[in-house]
Design a protein around this ligand. Structure first.
Ligand code: SF4
Length: 609
């Protein structure tokens, strides 16, 4: 073979492919990779590290081969990929134990690698670890909840955060204690491996799975099966970037499936469909590529699955992503970008190859979709499908619970429910299986804990990411500002529709600002000599049937001015909406931004006069 310029691009690509395939096969057998020079390809100069033999076998080899392919093609792995290549993050136990014994925090890329074990050193925001759990479907027993509270009390800051993936985080863990927390969680039956870094995050399900009067299917067993599949397949830890999976069984509370890399959404087929050879029944539609921080929702693939197929199909999607995701640029290393580059047909053909057979398709219109979401379905008392039982949605202000509250909630769940607590992606929780006769007692107990099952139309949909008190990426104190905004609006406005306000501290968009009716993305702005906290404000976002990416209406609004700006937006909406059924998002979507600014300014002047 030669580097002769007479080679066409096509021939050179063919040789690249041949080389990469040969290297992948050699890597599996533990043989050194062939150099580009041997293949006579241009750009043969590589660093010695890049051409190191890929002596990795077994399930870890899949990610290694994907890296080999990048290198063989002349690409440059990003620093996180290099770190993973040099040290297997799943084999760090001794290192973590030695570090904890020395009372030291990790440095450099070890900070990243420790996240594979759910342990985040979050300096400089806090010179401490944050521990992120894995609670499939957001379901946690009262016993576990109590135990988690004990760990947060003993080793953390005495509180826990409910996250937007229906999960918990313990914060302020000192340098000597990360493995005490890890071990304590394992003792409670909570396995957290892979809850951070380039992994499949907490698998979510409908929070009311199994108890919802309107659901099509109980998705909790699916979320649990997916969770255990991940824990027991090492190749599921070889991703180029993080990955989200959700199961929506219908019902009152949305798990925001369309914001996930893989979203499974339940549908019903009333009559058999001969063309797709599908008998009547409940199926899951496969949606791919959601990442609202990059302004994209998961899109329907046309594929429709029996529930028992979902886990293996999801695993096939993940394996294709492991092989094909970008390992050179972290910003492009999500499934969306493979789908954008390949198109859905090519991607799904690879998935089917991996899965081992063709998957049935059916037009969306031939399916009866899930019933409507109740925007207040996660708050207050709701009858379950089991006669005489209720679930009670508890408001958790900006997702923060003290250990005393956690103990109290566990006690309530044991005494009046079935000992189960369900966390939601709305940063709150449900206590399920409460008999009618005990509802009043539960409400009273919640009040005694400083909690409530009632919320205003502002507080029910208030979501805030960690913010700069605990996250180094944050440009502002999102949780505090969320509370201030809610206090202000509750004191000045009467809203007749629930409104979702999402505050997110950086472009990672943990609080999904683009899908809020009102979404705030933190920024910094100069005021005199000082740089102060501010927000870009977006409007009109939505999810599910109301799927919409919010539009930015104001930039760099100082945090202390944001409550009044939002107030005048809501007043302008109330003054100019078509009728009382029109929601804020419906209203804003039918106007151009300039027109909205004019209406909101006029509302301001009216209020001032
Ligand atoms: Fe941190 Fe950014 Fe996520 Fe907020 S959105 S928790 S600032 S990474």
């Amino acid at each position: 073979m030669t580097n002769d310029p007479a080679f066409s691009d096509e021939q050179r690509h063919y040789l690249e492919g041949l080389l990469s395939g040969a290297n992948a096969a050699r890597a599996l057998r533990g043989l050194p990779t062939l150099s580009r020079a041997m293949a006579g390809l241009a750009g043969a100069a590589q660093t010695p590290v890049a051409l190191t033999a890929s002596a990795v076998s077994g399930p870890d080899a899949m990610a290694r081969q994907a890296q080999d392919k990048v290198i063989a093609g002349g690409g440059k792995l990003c620093k996180e990929e290099k770190a993973k290549r040099e040290k297997n993050a799943l084999d760090l136990w001794d290192e973590m134990a030695d570090r904890a014994a020395a009372g030291a925090f990790p440095k450099g890329t070890d900070v990243f690698l420790m996240k594979y074990h759910g342990l985040f050193h979050v300096a400089p925001a806090q010179n401490a670890y944050m521990c992120r759990l894995r609670l499939p479907g957001g379901v946690v027993s009262a016993h576990q909840f109590r135990g988690i509270a004990d760990l947060a009390e003993k080793y953390g800051g005495g509180y826990a955060h409910v996250t937007t993936r229906a999960n918990l985080q313990i914060r302020e863990i000192g340098p000597g204690d990360p493995l005490h927390v890890y071990d304590g969680l394992v003792d409670l039956g909570v396995i957290i491996r892979g809850s951070g870094a380039d992994n499949i995050r907490n698998v979510t399900a409908s929070p009311t799975a199994g108890i919802d009067r309107g659901e099509l299917i109980d998705t909790l067993p699916l979320a649990k099966a997916m969770h255990h599949y991940i824990l027991n397949h090492r190749e599921m830890y070889g991703l180029p970037r993080k990955f989200n999976i959700a199961f929506d069984g219908g019902g009152a509370v949305s798990p925001l499936a369309d914001t996930n890399d893989i979203g499974f959404t339940a549908v019903r087929i009333d009559a058999s469909d001969a063309s797709a050879a599908l008998p009547a029944g409940v199926y899951m539609r496969l949606e791919l590529g959601g990442i609202t921080g990059h302004k994209d929702f998961a899109r329907d693939t046309g594929v429709i699955l029996r529930p028992d197929q979902c886990v293996k199909v999801a695993a096939a999607v993940v394996r294709v992503f492991v092989r094909t995701g970008d390992r050179t640029d972290r910003n492009k290393a999500r499934l969306k970008y493979v789908l954008d580059a390949w198109g859905f047909d090519k991607f799904m053909a690879e998935v089917e190859k991996e899965y081992g057979s063709q998957l049935p398709r059916l037009e969306l219109e031939k399916c009866e979709s899930r019933g409507p979401v109740d925007p207040m379905g996660h708050i207050g008392v709701h009858p379950q499908k089991q006669d005489g039982l209720n679930y009670i949605g508890v408001v958790v202000p900006v997702g923060r619970l003290t250990c005393r509250q956690m103990h109290g909630l566990a006690h309530i769940a044991d005494e009046f429910g079935s000992g189960v607590i369900r966390l939601t992606v709305w940063q709150n929780l449900l206590i399920s299986d409460v008999p009618d006769a005990h509802v009043a007692a539960v409400k009273g107990r919640l009040k005694a804990l400083g909690l409530d099952d009632a919320a205003t139309n502002v507080r029910a949909g208030l979501v805030a990411c960690t913010g700069n008190t605990g996250c180094k990426f944050a440009a502002s104190d999102t949780k505090t500002h969320a509370g201030v905004i809610a206090d202000y609006l509750d004191a000045t406005l009467q809203l007749d529709h629930p409104i979702n306000i999402h505050l997110t501290g950086c472009h990672h968009s943990c609080a999904q600002h683009y899908i809020g009716d009102i979404g705030l993305l933190a920024s910094k702005v100069a005021r005199g000599e000082e740089m102060i906290e501010a927000y870009h404000i977006h409007i009109g976002g939505g999810y599910g049937r109301e799927q919409h990416i919010g539009r930015e209406i104001y930039r760099d609004v100082c945090a202390d001015e944001a409550p009044a700006v939002i107030e005048r937006m809501l007043v302008g909406y109330q003054q100019h909406r078509s009728d009382e059924r029109e929601t804020f998002s419906m209203f804003t979507r039918r106007h151009e931004l300039d027109e909205l600014r004019r209406l909101f300014d006029a509302a301001d002047q009216l209020a001032a006069s």
